[in-house]
Design a protein around this ligand. Structure first.
Ligand SMILES: [Zn+2]
Length: 279
């Protein structure tokens, strides 16, 4: 083993370089070489390469999650850099999927990044999700959030959910059959009822805290270890520096995952909500 060049595979199926890169995972009893191989075989779909998507992508890439699909049709704006740490000053004006892909590759060339430079909609969401093991929501608007929730449920993919605004954030994991976003909020709020980050502002670092929790949950799901953040919502307030946990269950009256579902197909939420989705 000692005489192998960095790219030759050792007895364990890892290259020497991989053994070094992932050594802090491999020595963990709950991960080991078997867990690291699982991570390398995992296909995760990230919705949005923005505030939440940035820390999620950075940590999943560093952890060696083998395939990262990124859905984003937006370009990097100077005002994004306050929190979207995948992108750098030189990237302003470039497509986010391209900038994200370069950053990820620079961290870990093992990661296969698939750029989905499309706007997620009712026509492509299920087909996209079907190609992955799990979905991580880094979107920042209600039309996309509902679309992601519904498509993940209909394609039976676990969904790592996150949201941020002002000085607060929340996160949870929706496992199909164990509750979804519509169990909590059956329909989107009317247009303009809740301000967006663009309108109301957000403390940039909040995205790092919530996004890092999302990354931890995604890695746990991939490894099949610990207790997923399922059936529990975590609310975070940076001003008080408090985390609050609220339990929830599948709502039998949920229009999507309830006993008598009324939603069996994806809805055109842009039209439904009357506001364009972005980021
Ligand atoms: Zn539900």
């Amino acid at each position: 083993m000692d005489n192998l060049s960095p790219n030759q595979q050792s007895w364990s199926g890892f290259t020497e370089e991989q053994l070094q890169r992932y050594s802090r995972h491999i020595i963990l009893k709950q991960v080991g070489g078997k867990g690291q191989r699982k991570l390398l075989q995992t296909r995760a779909l990230l919705i949005g390469a923005g505030g939440l998507g940035s820390p999620v992508a950075l940590y999943l890439a560093a952890a060696g999650v083998g395939t990262l699909g990124i859905v984003d049709y937006d370009h990097v704006d100077l005002s994004n850099l306050q929190r979207q740490i995948l992108h750098h000053t030189d990237d302003v004006g470039r497509p986010k999927v391209v900038s994200a892909s370069e950053t990820i590759k620079a961290i870990n060339p093992d990661v296969n990044v698939i750029q989905h430079s499309v706007r997620l909609d009712s026509g492509n969401a299920r087909e996209l999700m079907n190609q992955y093991d799990m979905v991580i929501d880094g979107s920042d608007n209600f039309p996309t959030r509902y679309l992601v929730n519904d498509a993940a449920f209909l394609t039976k993919k676990p969904l790592v959910h996150g949201g941020i605004l002002l000085f607060e954030g929340m996160t949870t994991v929706f496992i199909p059959g164990k509750g979804c976003y519509r169990c909590l909020h059956p329909v989107p709020p009317p247009p303009g009822a809740i301000p967006s980050c663009q309108e109301a502002g957000v403390l940039g670092v909040i995205t790092g805290i919530i996004g890092s929790i999302q990354a931890a949950e995604a890695i746990k799901l991939a490894l099949g270890i610990g207790e997923p953040l399922s059936g529990r919502l975590i609310y975070f307030d940076a001003l008080d520096m408090t985390f609050r946990e609220v339990k929830f269950r599948r709502n039998p009256k949920c229009p999507l995952c309830g006993d008598n579902p009324t939603i069996n197909e994806l809805v055109d939420y842009d039209y439904f909500c009357g506001v364009p989705s972005s980021e």
